[in-house]
Design a protein. Structure first.
Length: 316
């Protein structure tokens, strides 16, 4: 019988340490050496040195510079997906050994503010009724941050906008609905009478989404289309607590995703202006890691989100 030849298995480089992975993932999330150093409670030179060591070990640059930010390149996104998932699995293994109740399943979901005030709470309640032994941890944040956390494995899914095609490497997307942007005011606002001429917006203070928010470009393009300057904001915010407080206490007009203020619109606490041309910010849905281990609970949560989104559609 001839000799059997097995393929050579590549071993982990002995120079690679968990500190390299942790440092890289922190930079990938924040896009900044300064922010990563603050989060890790180490000096900026230490972070830069650790990143250089990692890139030397891998033989690849992992980031491109975009102004003051560090942006993952193709190699960086590939490493983030694989290394982040591996670290997440190691963390789950550690927690599984330490956990007292082994029957408890945990799901980590990242949610954009537009889905966090209406869609996600309803889905979470329905999901809890069907899966009482599953703990759902929900966190909010900007889309780019949530997708970064998803790619590295610290989130199981993200309810948000689909990123640009080159930023969806290693991720899948399932659409739930088209996100609409509305201009909301207090009941009795002067703009609710007189035909709703959009040019009258220039007579009132505006709350606009800050640059970097998902809907920022959509709102500013719409303002320019009706002859108003793109930088017409008196305030910038997508916070429900802040925006609602300012609008209810003044004649301000707030441009915001409908989902953020859906309950206020239903109760009549806020009123959406009639706009001559609607603003669609694009599809909102569920992003997941391609090739992630199958999970019946995560699949069930996605199915619940789809059902609740269909139920809410007539109200939108």
């Amino acid at each position: 019988m001839g000799n059997l030849h097995y393929p050579r298995v590549m071993k982990l480089d002995p120079r690679l340490r968990l500190r390299h992975i942790a440092c890289f993932l922190e930079i990938a999330q924040s896009g900044s050496v300064v922010a990563a150093a603050d989060a890790l409670a180490v000096t900026q030179p230490a972070v830069s040195k650790t990143l250089r060591e990692l890139e030397e070990i891998l033989g690849q640059r992992l980031f491109d510079r975009a102004g003051r930010r560090l942006r993952l390149n193709a190699a960086g996104m590939l490493f983030q997906q694989a290394a982040g998932a591996a670290l997440a699995e190691l963390t789950r293994a550690q927690n599984a050994v330490r956990r007292v109740r082994l029957d408890t399943v945990r799901i980590a979901a990242g949610v954009l503010p537009t889905a966090a005030t209406d869609l996600m709470p309803r889905a979470a309640i329905a999901f809890r009724e069907a899966h009482p032994n599953c703990v759902l941890r929900v966190s909010t944040g900007p889309n780019w941050l949530l997708l970064s956390q998803l790619r590295e494995g610290s989130l199981d899914l993200v309810v948000g906008r689909m990123a640009e095609a080159d930023r969806m490497a290693g991720l899948s997307f399932r659409q739930l609905y088209q996100e609409e942007v509305v201009a909301v005011v207090r009941p009795g606002h002067p703009l609710l009478a007189g035909g709703g001429d959009p040019r009258r917006l220039q007579d009132f203070p505006l709350i606009l989404p800050p640059r970097g928010a998902v809907i920022a470009a959509t709102v500013r393009s719409w303002l320019v289309s009706i002859g108003l300057p793109a930088e017409a904001a008196a305030w910038e915010s997508v916070s429900l607590a802040f925006g609602r407080g300012v609008v209810q206490g003044s004649d301000a007009v707030w441009f915001i995703s409908r989902g953020v203020v859906a309950e206020e619109l239903r109760r009549g606490a806020l009123v959406a202006l009639r706009l001559h041309a609607p603003m669609q910010a694009g599809p909102l849905g569920v992003s997941r890691r391609a090739g992630a281990p199958p999970s019946a609970e995560v699949d069930a949560l996605v199915a619940t989100l789809e059902r609740v989104a269909r139920e809410l559609a007539p109200a939108g």
